[in-house]
Ligand binder design. Structure first.
Ligand code: BES
Ligand code: ZN
Length: 458
């Protein structure tokens, strides 16, 4: 009986590939860029599109909750008394598309080239959300859903989810569930099914340095004042030592150590030095002494400049000492670091190291908690079996270097674990020009989700 149901749902998904792709194209045309106020109407439009999808799936209580910024979409179906309830997470917002001139086709005109569809949000993560809709649709339209589902779809993930924790805290009953499914992570490669069990957190800063009241002539005043751009560069250079370790005071105090068994499991992942050289195009890697590249990208914290600006950057030359300099700096954090604590460490570093001949100001922007999840529980086993059925091999268990703060928030506020997966690939260009989604992997993903939900049936 179950086998028939499985087959019927899989057949439904296979027959509807074109329709599923059309639905994906529809949402990819909406430029729901959360950081840009000019796109507020697009964000609302995307939220309404998501709500309409949930209604179309026969979800009950579909509702768009306003927040201080972008709305949260909720829906649920609770038709089976004794089955588990899965809370499916998604975000319908995307990162800005610029630089636009580097896109081969327009970011919000989804275009299929070869095996992939190109558009902002295709992989991160509208494609992932649509995959969950389409797997549920296949089940609803054939034998019926085997589990209860709830959906939490936010529009602020790409700006650090500033209003999500409050929403979760004030809607604990609504969101009560047995576990969450979060498809915002991806796979190691198209042939390597992957389950993510840890995510890095984030602490994001803007560091502003100022010196002279105006830009100065660098001949007249050079040699007597500290150049803010030089001072910024010196401060940043001091934030890391020659062993690749970050020097903010106390930075490593709460970093959870990697155990031997975990290091062995991580060493199975086929991403060695050569892999990172190929994926990035750098002439050599820069890692923390004593750790493999793979450990450095998922299980160790970082400090990076994300952007900096100062002085004259136009064509030609201009001989000035700039009045100000600014850098955006962020740290990726690992369990059990706390973004607020790292903020205090950054401030202490500046108090101890900033010279008296400049002024500095530190703005603490958004942050997010790191998380580490169970690697062995019933839902993880159900997902692992589903991936194995479709890909024919046991999934890799990976620590992700990117951040999905809601996973930690749900652990803290709802006491629920997340199963973290997704069908994006490392070369999907998330946040970059020519973002894409590999369609054969996406179709397999939808099938894997069908297996997953059926595997959860008690
Ligand atoms: N989907 C990503 C997280 C991710 C990136 C998972 C790479 C797996 C691989 C998510 O949308 C994202 O970009 N998160 C931000 C969070 C930040 C704004 C708090 C990130 O990691 O920069
Ligand atoms: Zn993202």
């Amino acid at each position: 009986m179950t086998d028939d149901r499985r087959e019927a749902a899989l057949q439904y998904a296979r027959k509807n590939k074109e329709k599923n792709l059309s639905a994906l194209k529809e949402i990819l045309t909406i430029p729901s860029v959360s950081t840009e106020p000019a796109h507020a109407a697009d964000i609302r439009h995307a939220a309404e599109w998501m709500a309409a999808q949930l209604r179309g799936l026969g979800m009950q209580k579909v509702q768009i909750f306003p927040t201080a910024r972008h709305p949260i979409v909720y829906g649920e179906w609770r038709g089976i008394k004794n089955a588990p309830t899965v809370l499916i997470y998604g975000h319908y917002d995307v990162q800005p598309a610029d630089p636009l001139d580097l896109w081969k086709t327009a970011p919000f005109e989804p275009t299929v080239r070869g095996d992939s569809i190109f558009a902002r949000g295709a992989s991160d993560m509208k494609g992932q959300s649509v995959a969950t809709f389409k797997a549920v649709e296949a089940l609803v339209k054939t034998g019926g859903l085997p589990v209860n589902v709830k959906w939490l779809l936010e529009g602020e993930e790409e700006v650090g989810s500033p209003n999500l924790a409050d929403f979760i805290a004030s809607h604990k009953d609504l969101l009560a569930c047995d576990f969450a499914f979060n498809p915002d992570a991806g796979m190691i490669s198209k042939d390597e099914p992957t389950i993510t069990y840890a995510l890095r957190g984030l602490a994001y800063f803007e560091l502003r340095i100022s010196g002279p009241a105006n830009d100065l002539h660098s001949g007249v005043f050079g040699g007597v004042v500290h150049n803010p751009a030089n001072a910024l560069a010196e401060l940043i250079a001091g934030m890391r030592d020659s062993k690749g370790r970050i020097t903010l005071p106390g930075f490593y105090d709460s970093v959870r150590k990697l155990g031997r068994e975990e290091r062995e499991e991580l060493a199975r992942i086929p991403s060695d030095e050569k892999y990172y050289l190929e994926k990035t195009g750098v002439p050599a890697l820069l890692t923390e002494q004593g750790y493999t590249p793979n450990e450095c990208s998922g299980a160790r914290p970082t400090l990076d400049v994300n952007g900096m600006i100062s002085g004259f950057t136009g064509a030609g030359s201009k001989t000035i000492i700039p009045a100000t300099a600014m850098a955006k700096i962020s740290c990726r954090l690992v369990p059990d670091q706390d973004p607020l604590e790292v903020g205090r460490q950054m401030r202490r570093y500046l108090e101890e190291n900033a010279p008296a001949d400049i002024r500095w100001e530190l703005v603490e922007m958004h942050g997010g908690d790191p998380s580490i999840s169970d690697r062995d529980n019933a839902p993880v086993r159900a997902f692992s079996a589903a991936l194995e059925t479709v890909w024919g091999k046991r999934p890799y268990f990976k620590r992700e270097g990117g951040s999905i703060p809601v996973v930690g928030t749900m652990q803290q506020l709802l006491s629920v674990e997340s199963v973290i997966g997704g069908f994006g690939l490392p070369d999907d260009n998330f946040h970059a020009p020519n973002e894409k989604l590999h369609l054969p992997t996406w179709y397999r993903g939808i099938e894997a989700l069908i297996h997953f939900f059926l595997n959860l049936e008690p």
